[in-house]
Design a binder for this molecule. Structure first.
Ligand code: GLU
Length: 282
């Protein structure tokens, strides 16, 4: 199978040096193997996505010298696809509707217990308040969650290959870890066709992605993705989680760090080669 990778930005702010590194590294890896490099716009959160950020993404990436096949996959066009994946998980009894708000979850989580993690890769670990609600009871204000105990019952030997520098090797999924330290993740958020976890696995499969190249901050979410791939009958790609670009104080860059926006460097006269050098790819 030929190497196929993607860059999958969310149009919720300007691309910064961290995105440039991710986009360029994935492209370099595809070129080195004569593979394919695809773009995907992760605009599933329509309350935060903005057309001007999407336009700026195309402009910045072209300026960096990147090219990709058209048409570009956009999550906002694919809600029916995520709905079908959700239906499949519901049909095998692995999902439930949840009406808890953040405050309810915090209150139900109770006092911290030693050795029991409070946060996992999907945020605060859900205490299970709504777990026995049937899907037939789902209302418009609910999110849909995965019943992790059930989803990992009789889990076969699953895992993934990581080629990134920090965790290179084979990583086996652990039922104990998934139940204790990840918990009942959200499959569909309010007003959205799917959650990040659900849409990313469906999209990677539909784009034929063989190698996922992305930031180290998503390493912890990868076992969720491998589990969902298994439950949905989708292939598991190879993963490459790269280092994060940090600011002078060592803090990782966020969308609001406009000071590091590619467009800012462009307006100050930087060249694409300067950007490559700044992220250590020069
Ligand atoms: N859309 C995500 C982001 O902008 C990337 C998700 C991924 O590569 O899996 O951080």
């Amino acid at each position: 199978m030929s190497f196929t990778t993607r860059f999958a930005p969310s149009p919720t702010g300007p691309l910064h040096l961290g995105h440039a590194y991710s986009a360029l590294l994935a492209n370099d890896m595809a070129r080195a193997t004569q593979g394919r490099y695809l773009l995907r716009i992760e605009d599933i959160d329509q309350s935060r996505a903005r057309p001007q950020w999407e336009a700026q993404i195309y402009d910045d990436l072209r300026w960096l010298g990147l090219r990709w096949p058209e048409p570009v996959m956009r999550q906002s066009d694919r809600m029916a696809r995520y709905g079908a994946a959700l239906d499949r998980l519901a049909a095998i009894g692995l999902s439930y509707p949840c009406r808890c708000r953040r405050g309810d979850i915090e209150a139900a989580a109770g006092a911290p217990q030693e050795g029991v993690p409070k946060f996992g890769p999907d945020g605060r670990i859900y205490p299970g308040t709504c777990r026995s609600r049937p899907m037939a009871d789902a209302g418009p204000g609910d999110v849909i969650r995965l019943n992790m105990e059930r989803a990992t019952h009789a889990l076969p030997a699953l895992g993934f290959t990581e080629t990134g520098p920090a965790h290179s090797g084979h990583h086996a999924l652990s039922r104990d870890h998934l139940c204790r330290a990840v918990g009942d993740i959200v499959l569909m958020r309010r007003q959205m066709g799917g959650s990040y976890h659900l849409s990313v696995v469906v999209d990677d499969a539909d784009q034929g992605i063989t190698h996922v190249v992305r930031g180290e901050d998503l390493f912890g979410a990868t076992q969720i993705h491998v589990l969902l791939q298994h439950l949905l009958g989708l292939p598991t790609p190879t993963y490459h989680h790269h280092r994060l670009i940090r600011d002078a104080a060592g803090k990782r860059l966020a969308k609001r760090d406009d000071a590091r926006a590619i467009s800012k460097y462009r307006s100050e006269g930087a060249t694409p080669e300067d950007i490559r050098r700044m992220v250590g790819l020069g």
